[in-house]
Design a binder for this molecule. Structure first.
Ligand SMILES: Nc1ncnc2c1ncn2[C@@H]1O[C@H](COP(=O)(O)OP(=O)(O)O)[C@@H](O)[C@H]1O
Ligand SMILES: [Mg+2]
Length: 242
Protein backbone atom coordinates (compact mmCIF):
# COMPACT_ATOMS: atom_id res chain seq x y z
CA UNK A 1 0.00 0.00 0.00
CA UNK A 2 1.27 3.44 -0.84
CA UNK A 3 2.18 5.85 1.91
CA UNK A 4 -0.33 8.39 0.61
CA UNK A 5 -3.11 5.85 0.94
CA UNK A 6 -1.99 5.01 4.48
CA UNK A 7 -2.19 8.65 5.40
CA UNK A 8 -5.65 8.92 3.83
CA UNK A 9 -6.77 6.02 5.99
CA UNK A 10 -5.55 7.65 9.16
CA UNK A 11 -8.22 9.49 11.02
CA UNK A 12 -7.43 12.02 13.69
CA UNK A 13 -9.43 11.51 16.87
CA UNK A 14 -9.33 13.42 20.11
CA UNK A 15 -9.60 11.93 23.60
CA UNK A 16 -9.40 14.29 26.60
CA UNK A 17 -7.93 16.95 24.38
CA UNK A 18 -5.09 14.69 23.20
CA UNK A 19 -4.95 13.91 19.52
CA UNK A 20 -4.50 10.29 18.50
CA UNK A 21 -4.01 8.73 15.11
CA UNK A 22 -6.54 5.95 14.60
CA UNK A 23 -6.30 3.63 11.63
CA UNK A 24 -9.60 2.65 10.03
CA UNK A 25 -10.19 -1.07 9.40
CA UNK A 26 -9.22 -1.99 5.86
CA UNK A 27 -12.50 -3.77 5.19
CA UNK A 28 -15.80 -2.82 6.77
CA UNK A 29 -18.99 -4.77 6.07
CA UNK A 30 -22.32 -3.72 7.57
CA UNK A 31 -25.67 -5.53 7.66
CA UNK A 32 -25.09 -7.71 4.64
CA UNK A 33 -28.15 -9.61 3.40
CA UNK A 34 -28.12 -11.99 0.45
CA UNK A 35 -30.58 -14.61 -0.70
CA UNK A 36 -30.92 -16.77 -3.80
CA UNK A 37 -34.14 -17.79 -5.50
CA UNK A 38 -34.34 -21.48 -6.45
CA UNK A 39 -37.61 -21.88 -8.37
CA UNK A 40 -40.36 -20.94 -5.93
CA UNK A 41 -38.02 -21.22 -2.94
CA UNK A 42 -35.90 -18.44 -1.55
CA UNK A 43 -32.72 -19.35 0.33
CA UNK A 44 -31.57 -16.71 2.76
CA UNK A 45 -27.79 -17.19 2.83
CA UNK A 46 -26.48 -14.06 4.58
CA UNK A 47 -28.83 -12.57 7.19
CA UNK A 48 -27.25 -9.43 8.56
CA UNK A 49 -23.48 -9.83 8.57
CA UNK A 50 -21.28 -7.09 9.95
CA UNK A 51 -17.52 -7.43 10.29
CA UNK A 52 -14.28 -5.48 10.12
CA UNK A 53 -10.86 -6.66 8.98
CA UNK A 54 -7.75 -4.72 9.98
CA UNK A 55 -4.73 -4.09 7.76
CA UNK A 56 -2.37 -7.09 7.72
CA UNK A 57 -4.76 -9.20 9.78
CA UNK A 58 -5.21 -12.91 9.05
CA UNK A 59 -8.81 -14.01 9.53
CA UNK A 60 -10.17 -17.52 9.08
CA UNK A 61 -13.82 -18.07 8.25
CA UNK A 62 -15.35 -21.48 8.90
CA UNK A 63 -18.81 -22.99 8.60
CA UNK A 64 -20.63 -26.06 7.30
CA UNK A 65 -20.93 -26.75 3.60
CA UNK A 66 -23.65 -24.52 2.17
CA UNK A 67 -23.43 -22.11 5.12
CA UNK A 68 -22.61 -19.18 2.83
CA UNK A 69 -18.81 -18.92 3.15
CA UNK A 70 -18.18 -18.47 -0.57
CA UNK A 71 -21.10 -16.06 -0.90
CA UNK A 72 -19.71 -13.95 1.96
CA UNK A 73 -16.18 -13.97 0.56
CA UNK A 74 -17.44 -12.94 -2.89
CA UNK A 75 -19.52 -10.17 -1.32
CA UNK A 76 -16.54 -8.84 0.65
CA UNK A 77 -14.35 -8.98 -2.47
CA UNK A 78 -16.77 -6.98 -4.61
CA UNK A 79 -17.78 -9.98 -6.71
CA UNK A 80 -21.33 -10.56 -5.44
CA UNK A 81 -23.63 -7.62 -4.87
CA UNK A 82 -25.55 -7.96 -1.57
CA UNK A 83 -29.29 -7.30 -1.53
CA UNK A 84 -28.73 -4.80 1.23
CA UNK A 85 -25.86 -3.65 3.38
CA UNK A 86 -22.55 -2.00 2.60
CA UNK A 87 -18.95 -3.03 2.02
CA UNK A 88 -16.18 -0.47 2.29
CA UNK A 89 -12.61 -1.30 1.29
CA UNK A 90 -9.76 1.11 2.03
CA UNK A 91 -12.25 3.91 2.47
CA UNK A 92 -14.07 3.25 -0.81
CA UNK A 93 -17.59 1.95 -1.03
CA UNK A 94 -18.02 -1.19 -3.16
CA UNK A 95 -21.25 -1.67 -5.12
CA UNK A 96 -21.66 2.08 -5.46
CA UNK A 97 -22.66 1.66 -9.10
CA UNK A 98 -19.35 2.86 -10.54
CA UNK A 99 -18.52 -0.58 -11.87
CA UNK A 100 -15.43 0.33 -13.91
CA UNK A 101 -13.81 2.01 -10.90
CA UNK A 102 -14.73 -0.96 -8.72
CA UNK A 103 -13.30 -3.44 -11.21
CA UNK A 104 -10.05 -1.44 -11.24
CA UNK A 105 -9.95 -1.37 -7.44
CA UNK A 106 -10.49 -5.15 -7.31
CA UNK A 107 -7.89 -5.79 -9.99
CA UNK A 108 -5.20 -3.69 -8.30
CA UNK A 109 -5.89 -4.17 -4.61
CA UNK A 110 -7.46 -7.61 -4.21
CA UNK A 111 -6.17 -11.08 -4.97
CA UNK A 112 -8.57 -14.01 -5.02
CA UNK A 113 -7.75 -17.72 -4.70
CA UNK A 114 -10.96 -19.34 -5.95
CA UNK A 115 -12.41 -22.60 -4.67
CA UNK A 116 -11.12 -25.45 -6.87
CA UNK A 117 -8.18 -23.44 -8.34
CA UNK A 118 -10.16 -21.95 -11.27
CA UNK A 119 -7.18 -22.01 -13.64
CA UNK A 120 -7.77 -21.67 -17.38
CA UNK A 121 -6.95 -25.09 -18.84
CA UNK A 122 -5.58 -23.74 -22.15
CA UNK A 123 -3.12 -21.37 -20.48
CA UNK A 124 0.26 -22.27 -19.00
CA UNK A 125 1.08 -21.56 -15.36
CA UNK A 126 2.83 -18.35 -16.43
CA UNK A 127 -0.08 -17.19 -18.61
CA UNK A 128 -2.59 -17.91 -15.82
CA UNK A 129 -0.53 -15.81 -13.42
CA UNK A 130 -0.18 -13.02 -15.99
CA UNK A 131 -3.93 -12.79 -16.57
CA UNK A 132 -4.76 -10.21 -13.86
CA UNK A 133 -1.86 -8.05 -15.07
CA UNK A 134 -3.10 -8.23 -18.66
CA UNK A 135 -6.59 -7.21 -17.51
CA UNK A 136 -4.99 -4.31 -15.63
CA UNK A 137 -2.95 -3.39 -18.74
CA UNK A 138 0.37 -3.92 -16.95
CA UNK A 139 3.36 -5.66 -18.40
CA UNK A 140 4.43 -7.91 -15.63
CA UNK A 141 6.18 -10.98 -16.93
CA UNK A 142 9.07 -10.58 -14.49
CA UNK A 143 6.60 -10.15 -11.63
CA UNK A 144 4.64 -13.25 -12.68
CA UNK A 145 7.84 -15.29 -12.85
CA UNK A 146 8.83 -13.97 -9.41
CA UNK A 147 5.41 -14.94 -8.00
CA UNK A 148 5.73 -18.44 -9.44
CA UNK A 149 9.22 -18.72 -7.96
CA UNK A 150 7.86 -17.53 -4.59
CA UNK A 151 5.37 -20.42 -4.58
CA UNK A 152 8.12 -22.88 -5.57
CA UNK A 153 7.21 -23.33 -9.23
CA UNK A 154 10.11 -21.61 -11.02
CA UNK A 155 10.66 -24.76 -13.07
CA UNK A 156 6.99 -25.30 -14.00
CA UNK A 157 6.05 -21.98 -15.57
CA UNK A 158 5.34 -23.41 -19.04
CA UNK A 159 3.24 -26.33 -17.79
CA UNK A 160 -0.50 -26.47 -18.45
CA UNK A 161 -2.77 -27.04 -15.41
CA UNK A 162 -3.41 -30.64 -16.54
CA UNK A 163 0.35 -31.24 -16.29
CA UNK A 164 0.45 -30.12 -12.65
CA UNK A 165 -0.55 -31.87 -9.40
CA UNK A 166 -3.40 -30.48 -7.28
CA UNK A 167 -0.94 -28.84 -4.89
CA UNK A 168 0.95 -27.30 -7.80
CA UNK A 169 -2.27 -25.98 -9.36
CA UNK A 170 -3.14 -24.38 -6.03
CA UNK A 171 0.33 -22.79 -5.98
CA UNK A 172 -0.36 -21.29 -9.42
CA UNK A 173 -3.70 -19.99 -8.13
CA UNK A 174 -1.88 -18.38 -5.17
CA UNK A 175 0.78 -16.88 -7.47
CA UNK A 176 -2.04 -15.45 -9.62
CA UNK A 177 -3.57 -13.85 -6.52
CA UNK A 178 -0.22 -12.10 -5.91
CA UNK A 179 -0.20 -10.51 -9.38
CA UNK A 180 -0.53 -6.70 -9.23
CA UNK A 181 0.74 -6.85 -5.61
CA UNK A 182 -2.69 -6.62 -3.90
CA UNK A 183 -3.28 -5.36 -0.35
CA UNK A 184 -5.63 -8.21 0.55
CA UNK A 185 -5.85 -11.85 -0.48
CA UNK A 186 -9.11 -13.80 -0.28
CA UNK A 187 -8.69 -17.57 -0.36
CA UNK A 188 -11.69 -19.89 -0.65
CA UNK A 189 -10.92 -23.32 0.82
CA UNK A 190 -7.33 -23.29 -0.46
CA UNK A 191 -6.70 -26.72 1.06
CA UNK A 192 -10.13 -28.15 0.23
CA UNK A 193 -9.03 -30.47 -2.59
CA UNK A 194 -5.68 -31.48 -1.13
CA UNK A 195 -4.45 -34.27 1.13
CA UNK A 196 -3.63 -33.08 4.65
CA UNK A 197 0.17 -32.94 4.17
CA UNK A 198 -0.07 -30.91 0.94
CA UNK A 199 -2.81 -28.81 2.54
CA UNK A 200 -0.54 -27.96 5.48
CA UNK A 201 2.25 -26.93 3.11
CA UNK A 202 -0.10 -24.74 1.09
CA UNK A 203 -1.44 -23.08 4.24
CA UNK A 204 2.14 -22.43 5.45
CA UNK A 205 2.93 -20.89 2.07
CA UNK A 206 -0.11 -18.61 2.16
CA UNK A 207 0.49 -17.50 5.75
CA UNK A 208 4.20 -16.86 5.14
CA UNK A 209 3.56 -14.91 1.93
CA UNK A 210 0.95 -12.76 3.67
CA UNK A 211 3.25 -12.08 6.61
CA UNK A 212 6.39 -11.40 4.55
CA UNK A 213 4.60 -9.13 2.06
CA UNK A 214 2.31 -7.34 4.56
CA UNK A 215 -0.92 -8.57 3.07
CA UNK A 216 -4.26 -8.98 4.75
CA UNK A 217 -5.51 -12.54 4.43
CA UNK A 218 -9.10 -13.75 4.62
CA UNK A 219 -9.29 -17.53 4.35
CA UNK A 220 -12.31 -19.80 4.19
CA UNK A 221 -11.67 -23.26 5.58
CA UNK A 222 -13.73 -25.98 7.16
CA UNK A 223 -10.59 -27.46 8.74
CA UNK A 224 -10.90 -26.37 12.41
CA UNK A 225 -7.24 -27.24 13.04
CA UNK A 226 -5.95 -24.92 10.31
CA UNK A 227 -8.36 -22.15 11.33
CA UNK A 228 -6.50 -21.64 14.62
CA UNK A 229 -3.42 -20.40 12.76
CA UNK A 230 -4.71 -16.91 12.02
CA UNK A 231 -5.12 -13.83 14.20
CA UNK A 232 -8.88 -14.37 14.47
CA UNK A 233 -11.56 -16.92 13.67
CA UNK A 234 -15.10 -16.28 12.47
CA UNK A 235 -17.82 -18.90 12.13
CA UNK A 236 -20.90 -18.57 9.95
CA UNK A 237 -24.09 -20.40 10.89
CA UNK A 238 -27.71 -19.78 9.90
CA UNK A 239 -26.62 -16.78 7.86
CA UNK A 240 -24.98 -14.90 10.73
CA UNK A 241 -21.50 -14.76 12.26
CA UNK A 242 -21.15 -16.54 15.59
N1 LIG B 1 -25.78 -18.46 -7.66
C1 LIG B 1 -26.52 -19.18 -6.82
N2 LIG B 1 -27.81 -19.48 -7.11
C2 LIG B 1 -28.58 -20.18 -6.25
N3 LIG B 1 -28.16 -20.61 -5.05
C3 LIG B 1 -26.90 -20.35 -4.70
C4 LIG B 1 -26.01 -19.62 -5.56
N4 LIG B 1 -24.81 -19.49 -4.93
C5 LIG B 1 -24.95 -20.13 -3.74
N5 LIG B 1 -26.19 -20.63 -3.61
C6 LIG B 1 -26.71 -21.36 -2.43
O1 LIG B 1 -26.39 -20.59 -1.29
C7 LIG B 1 -25.98 -21.43 -0.22
C8 LIG B 1 -24.59 -21.02 0.24
O2 LIG B 1 -23.66 -21.31 -0.79
P1 LIG B 1 -22.09 -21.07 -0.61
O3 LIG B 1 -21.88 -19.66 -0.25
O4 LIG B 1 -21.44 -21.57 -1.84
O5 LIG B 1 -21.78 -21.99 0.66
P2 LIG B 1 -20.38 -22.55 1.21
O6 LIG B 1 -19.28 -21.86 0.47
O7 LIG B 1 -20.40 -22.23 2.69
O8 LIG B 1 -20.40 -24.02 0.99
C9 LIG B 1 -26.07 -22.86 -0.74
O9 LIG B 1 -27.30 -23.40 -0.32
C10 LIG B 1 -26.01 -22.69 -2.23
O10 LIG B 1 -26.69 -23.73 -2.87
MG1 LIG C 1 -17.78 -22.55 -0.79
Amino acid sequence: MTEALCILLLQVGSINGRYLLVQQPQLIARDIYKSFRMGARRIEVLRGISMDVAHNETVFLSGASGAGKTTLLYTLAGLERPESGTVKFEGRQLYSGRSAAEARLRNKKMGFVFQGYFLLAELTALENVLLPAMIGHCTARAGAEESLAAVGLADRIHHLPAELSGGEQQRVAIARALTNDPDIIFADEPTGNLDSKTGNTIMDLLLNLARDRNKTLLVVTHDARLATRGDRQLHIKDGILQ
